[in-house]
Write a protein of this length. Structure first.
Lengths: 465, 749
């Protein structure tokens, strides 16, 4: 049994916990404002808010309800477009009207919900963030310009927001209905999520599982790892960082401490999926899904991360690079779960970079990705980890290429030679994301890009090609 | 005026097909389709699927009481494949179950055996094998053969253009319900309610009068629901006819992408000749249209390719031939621009190639060949009110073209890994259905006794704001406030025999019909007022819901006048009918005056290419556009921005991929990418071109739905321009879209 608050009322359901939130909203609760455009997280028409009670206050995120199993919303506040409607239009809605941000209207509730989430966010409003807020919403009619204008106008309106009393300010200024103030109380009265047995399928954000096999999981009870608060942490020991097994991509983005060690962290994260998907999806899920183009897999391979796998009370740690044995073949039993992800924190002299190119720069799966961690001292490569995706059946740690470069002088000739070795180490195939020739050339370019970006005074494009 | 649907949209209260409250006992339909692209059906075994609890019925071609035929232009497409399948995704049966989930499960239980036949996906191969949908057509002007001797430069080349998925965010769908006496009502997400009604009547073997088709609005259409909304609506109606229960058919996205046709891919050969002044003297072009497995709208689309083969240029000697090639892909169909974008892309490629070879800027050729008043189009119409040179001058001055060129050149000098490029793209687009009989429309107006107004037209609202424009027309004539006027759904029982909402002409046609109806009603009311005031009719006016006599406000309000008229038994309902005058086209001669008027414009596209990664970002698109006298600048601007970005998507990241076996690889939103907020150009500037408009357009406000899409073509040539700054050895291949992949390969080939 699952209890949650839907807009301003409590809902109790006996549906299978693997069933999808969008169906519950539209077909059980008859709230038809939430639309369906794809059922695979790619259009944002089904966007809703999930609010969690954290230290007595509500924190909201936007998610795609078409990939959200209801197990993940037990004890939460779900807000649909209906739950944002008031007697008058909210400023988000009004600006959308003023700027003609809606034509056919089918995408519009999703945009309104995402922009309302932007208003609810505790981050300082900026124009860039207002656009990032709608990075998971597709509109086929407007060409986005009027929606951008809407987002900008809203940012202006939020400049006066009282960040200490966000919800109250938003209610007072009629951004959200007054019932929002009662939500913490309602949430705290909900019964917690039922214990589930381990026989049930483990689900993280569901952003892979529900794209691949919705029909299977829709009908069964699942084991939601996100409901396990003990696994949701980012811990720093002296020289290492440990992520809990249910850490989401958004959690990673919010760690200001990690940003100190990986300065471009947010730029890398922005290349992966979209805000609503990042809000749901877990890092461990990316590893276990074992897609050859998993971005965080490439990322953590280059950090030479270790994962801790646990089954009953037994646990073991292995390097991520040893986790992949073949296409979707893992060094993992069916019931082992990843409880921790551990990696050495980059030091001041260690550089890190992630490169990714896909058909569309944002919200797209990579054609090829690659990550590097490199330490150079006295112009000599002292230490290097290199990974790539999209160039073979598994996310690949490029042993030979890294080995070649280890101890070499940082020089264009060596980088070019390393490329030759790398080309022998990979085996891309032609598919919908590109031809083999393209993937080879692209990996070369992205490999070069690491050096051009990290060592601009020594390595330039002209020196390499 | 803002789009009148805005409030419903932003509150999520607007109703699309799947939002209609479910009627008790509804059956859910899921289509079972062909797993292979061409073959003979040996057997289909439905027994396991039928045995699944919750499955109500499975409809196949055997259940069809009328004709198993849905071809609109040519009768060459079955509703359900009977003997053979011609494309992967071709419907074979409709599974009806108590829930969609059950129907999907049942689908997996159907066993089919097909004797596979050769699959053709390439239009040139089809043409060589004589696989044509209908005979080729040729438009010609002057004599190209004789013209070559007058040319100093002659170039020949090949062009390939991929298709485009409509990607309306609302997928195809329909909901049918039984009415009494065997009648059926179908709510359909269609641009062509009459097309649905007519085809359904034929399949169900009943009169059109027994089928009511109702359309409230579409969650996007773009041409994809002009003809291809029909099969699902018929299937729902057929299910209702057989089972006498309501049937809902909503396609899942991947089913939609697999089963429906797209913008036509084209291949083309051209030969272009220029004299020493860069005037284009001769142009020969052969188009190979990839029609897919059935005609659908391909003949009409192909015709428009020919109409727009010379885009915005006057060329004295033209020979343009087109083949509609039959392949084993889903039948390709209408898509914003309707064949014109492909025609324009080819001439632009020919010009770009000539410019490359002559080592000059493309726009030097473009500029000296721009069409002028009095020039003849290859189809015989004489150009009038041509706004191209004015648009060119406006763009040069308003957007400081020279400065842009300079900035780009100096940027490219100082950056080795990032290059900028630009392109100019003029457009000339003819407005009217090229099939003359389709240029007619009707509007039905009721004035209720309380003074409020109900309007029905044949126009379908799909985001383009046509209902808003209709409301404006009535509000203007009656001078009443907008909240007194309601736009009714588009319904075949209120307005019959409609043309689809397409060809950018809907606001013109329906607006003119509405204007007539409203004027007739206004005249009657004015007569009533005149006799009440005992004055001449000519002295009566309406202003702000008040009756004016000789320009002075009287004590009679709009309400009172309506009430008065009603009591005097004046008819407060009117039906307006409009048929576009002048237009004609003689298909035997391929000459005539097919268009009511043309829309003109020019776009400047600026791009930055990352030469390490092969990615790009559009810095700006600056447009000078001929609106005529826009009746709604807000709505029209929205059409430009939206059309442009859609066109740019087609030219850049939207890539349809089929395997050689005819299986769609780009079959979902994760593999087919349309522009997101970051792909849109950073800046879109629109400068209206001051023109007089034309009386052929509603309130002199020119049609705006399709033309802006073709500004998107500039994106391709801007990218190419940037690539050349990096790789001077680059030889253009003219193969759209310019994906990141093609850009990288071009940078380093
Ligand atoms: C629209 C969209 C865009 C996307 N874009 C990208 C992208 O740009 N780059 C990218 O890399 N991916 C992308 N993805 C894929 C996906 O979001 C990621 O792979 C994500 O990290 C998966 O995490 P999850 O928690 O949602 O996984 P789930 O779907 O919940 O689970 C995936 C698998 O991992 C298992 N699992 C989850 N957690 C654990 C654990 N702790 N221990 C053991 N097993 C576990 C599950 O049982 C399941 O087998 C995208 C997905 C969508 C829908
Ligand atoms: S329906 Fe498209 S993201 Fe959910
Ligand atoms: S308004 Fe139609 S998809 Fe956005």
């Amino acid at each position: 049994m699952i209890e949650f608050i839907l807009n301003d009322k409590k809902v109790v359901t006996n549906k299978p916990t693997g069933s999808l939130l969008v169906d519950l909203i539209r077909y059980d609760q008859h709230l038809k404002g939430t639309k369906i455009g794809c059922r695979e997280g790619d259009c944002g028409a089904c966007t809703v808010l999930i609010g969690s009670l954290v230290d007595g206050a509500m924190q909201y995120i936007n998610v795609t309800s078409c990939l959200t199993p209801i197990a993940n919303i037990a004890g939460k506040h779900i807000v649909t477009i209906e739950g944002l409607n008031m007697v008058n239009l909210s400023p988000v809605q009004q600006e959308m009207v003023n700027e003609s941000g809606t034509q056919c209207g089918f995408c519009t509730p999703g945009f309104v919900v995402s922009l309302s989430n932007y208003c609810l966010s505790e981050n300082e409003p900026t124009q860039a963030k207002s656009i990032a807020a709608i990075d998971g919403n597709i509109c086929r009619c407007t060409g986005y310009k009027p929606i951008e204008r809407t987002a900008h106008n809203i940012t202006d309106l939020l400049l006066n927001k009282d960040h200490n009393n966000s919800i109250k300010w938003l209610i007072d200024n009629q951004f959200i209905p007054t019932y929002f103030k009662d939500i913490p109380q309602l949430i705290s009265n909900l019964s917690p999520f039922d214990k589930v047995t381990k026989a049930h399928k483990l689900v993280g954000g569901g952003t892979d599982l529900y794209v691949q096999q919705p029909e299977v999981f829709e009908e069964i009870d699942i084991r939601p790892i996100n409901q396990n608060a003990n696994l949701r942490f980012i811990r720093f020991d002296e020289t290492t960082c440990i992520l809990g097994g249910s850490t989401t991509v958004a959690d990673l983005a919010q760690s200001t401490k990690l940003q100190k060690y990986i300065p471009n962290l947010l730029a890398y994260i922005k290349l992966v999926s979209s805000t609503p998907i990042r809000n749901s999806s877990t890092i461990a899920g990316n590893f276990v899904n074992a897609s050859p183009i998993g971005d965080f897999t490439a990322f953590f391979l280059a950090l030479n991360a270790q994962i801790t796998l646990q089954e009953d009370r037994e646990s073991r740690a292995i390097f991520l690079k040893d986790f992949y044995k073949g296409y979707k073949d893992l060094d993992k039993t069916a019931s082992e779960i990843i409880t921790e992800i551990t990696f050495e924190l980059p030091t001041v002299s260690t550089h890190f970079n992630l490169e990714k190119v896909s058909k569309r720069i944002h919200l797209d799966i990579a054609s090829v990705n690659t990550a590097i961690q490199i330490r150079v001292k006295n112009k000599v490569i002292e230490h290097i980890h290199l990974s790539a995706g999209g160039i073979g059946p598994i996310p690949t740690y490029l042993h030979n290429t890294a080995q070649y470069l280890q101890g070499k002088k940082l020089a264009p000739t060596h980088i070019k030679e390393a490329n030759a070795i790398m080309q022998a180490e990979i085996s891309p195939i032609s598919d919908v994301r590109g031809t083999e020739d393209y993937k080879r050339l692209l990996l070369r370019q992205l490999f070069y890009a690491h050096f051009i970006k990290l060592f601009p005074s020594q390595i330039t494009l002209t020196l390499l090609v | 005026m803002k789009n009148i649907d805005s409030k419903g949209h932003v509150t999520g209260t607007s109703i699309y097909i799947d939002d209609i409250p479910t009627i008790e006992g509804t059956g859910y339909g899921v289509v079972f389709d062909s797993p292979c692209a061409h073959g003979k059906i040996i057997s289909v075994n439905y027994s396991k699927a039928k045995a699944l609890p919750g499955v109500i019925h499975i409809i196949t071609h055997k259940d069809i009481p009328g004709e198993n035929q849905i071809g609109g232009i040519l009768p060459d497409e079955e509703l359900f494949a009977s003997q053979e399948v011609h494309f992967q995704g071709q419907p074979i049966a409709l599974i009806i179950a108590e829930s969609e989930q059950i129907a999907f499960k049942a689908r997996k239980l159907i066993e089919i055996e097909i004797d596979k036949k050769t699959v053709i996906t390439d239009p040139r191969e089809a043409q060589q094998k004589g696989q044509l949908i209908f005979p080729p057509r040729t438009f010609s002007l002057g004599n190209t053969k004789d013209s070559w001797k007058d040319c100093s430069h002659i170039f020949e080349g090949k062009v390939d253009i991929n298709g485009q998925e409509h990607l309306y965010i609302e997928t195809q769908g329909a909901y049918a319900q039984p009415l009494e006496n065997g009648n059926i009502k179908v709510s359909s997400s269609t641009q062509g309610p009459t097309a649905v009604q007519r085809a359904a009547a034929k399949v169900l073997n009943i009169g059109m009068h027994t089928i009511e088709v109702d359309v409230v609005r579409l969650g996007g259409g773009f041409g994809g629901k002009e003809d291809q909304a029909t099969p699902w609506a018929i299937m729902a109606a057929l299910g209702t006819q057989i089972l006498r229960i309501p049937i809902k058919v909503i396609l899942h996205r991947m089913d939609d992408m697999r089963m429906t046709g797209k913008r036509h891919p084209y291949s083309a050969d051209y030969k272009i000749g220029l004299n020493k002044d860069l005037k284009i003297v001769g142009y020969e072009v052969t188009f190979f249209q990839n029609a897919g497995a059935a005609a659908d709208l391909s003949p009409a689309v192909m015709e428009r390719t020919l109409f727009h083969a010379t885009n915005s240029y006057f060329i004295p000697n033209v020979e343009a031939t087109a083949y509609s090639c039959k392949t084993n892909l889903p039948p390709n169909t209408a898509f914003r621009g309707f064949g014109a974008p492909q025609g324009m892309f080819v001439i632009e490629s020919a010009i770009a190639y000539a410019a490359n070879e002559l080592a000059i800027e493309k726009q030097q050729i473009q500029k000296v060949n721009l069409l002028k008043d009095g020039d003849e189009f290859p189809y015989g119409q004489i150009a009038e009110g041509v706004g191209l040179s004015p648009a060119w001058e406006t763009l040069v001055s308003k957007f400081n073209l020279k400065a842009t060129q300079k900035e780009i050149a100096s940027f490219n000098k100082t950056n080795d890994a990032v290059k900028k490029g630009y392109a100019l793209m003029p457009i000339t687009f003819g407005i009217s259905f090229t099939k003359t009989p389709m240029n007619q429309a009707r509007a039905l107006v009721h004035i209720y006794s309380d003074g409020s107004v109900g309007i029905s037209t044949g126009a379908v609202e799909m985001g383009q704001g046509v209902n808003t424009k209709m409301l404006q027309i009535a509000a203007n004539i009656f001078s009443v406030s907008a909240n007194r006027i309601k736009l009714e759904s588009t319904n075949t029982t209120r307005v019959a025999n409609t043309s689809p909402t397409a060809a950018s002409a809907t606001a013109d046609l329906n607006g003119k019909a509405l204007e007539k109806a409203c004027n007739a009603l206004a005249k009657r009311l004015k007569t009533t007022a005149a006799s009440y005031f005992k004055v001449d009719v000519g002295t009566i006016q309406f202003k702000d819901e008040q009756v004016l006599v000789n320009g002075n406000t009287s004590d009679v309000s709009w309400n009172q006048l309506v009430d008065m008229a009603f009591l005097e038994r004046v008819c407060l309902t009117e039906n307006g009918h409009y048929a576009t005058p002048i237009i004609n086209f003689n298909k035997d001669k391929e000459k005539g005056h097919p268009f009511a008027y043309h829309v003109f414009g020019l776009a400047l596209t600026e791009v930055t290419v990352d030469c390490i990664r092969g990615t790009y970002e559009f810095d700006a698109v600056k447009i000078v556009h001929d609106f005529g006298k826009s009746m709604n600048p807000t709505v029209d601007r929205g059409q430009i921005e939206g059309g442009l970005v859609q066109g740019m998507g087609w030219m850049t990241l939207e890539e349809i991929k089929y395997t050689k076996e005819g299986r769609l690889l780009s079959n979902s939103l994760s593999t087919y990418k349309v522009p997101d907020v970051y792909s849109a150009p950073k800046q879109i500037l629109i400068e209206p071109l001051e023109t007089e408009g034309t009386d052929m357009a509603i309130l002199k406000s020119k049609a705006v739905g399709e033309p802006p899409l073709m500004y998107g073509i500039g994106a391709y040539f801007a990218i190419e321009n940037a690539i050349k700054a990096f790789n001077p050895a680059y030889k253009s291949t003219f193969n759209a879209p310019f994906t990141h992949e093609k850009v990288l390969m071009a940078l380093y080939n």
